[in-house]
Unconditional design. Sequence first.
Length: 78
Amino acid sequence: MKTKDTLKEKPKRVSNIRAARRLMARLIYDLQRENITSEKAKTLAYLLIKYSELFKVEKLEELENRLKRIEEKIDEKS
């Protein structure tokens, strides 16, 4: 069966966690339909997982900074 690399048709930009999830779903679909190679699927899955991990770390840092600012405001009032 001749495979067609659908991910080459239009590159997807991953700018948030929602886009990463959509691309992962598309990746699974394309792999099941044999539209992409297993090697490419593994590589993209790895990159998406790393992106998600970085996104989570960034969000945690944002929350930590917000918490620090709130604590400082509370300390100033007391």
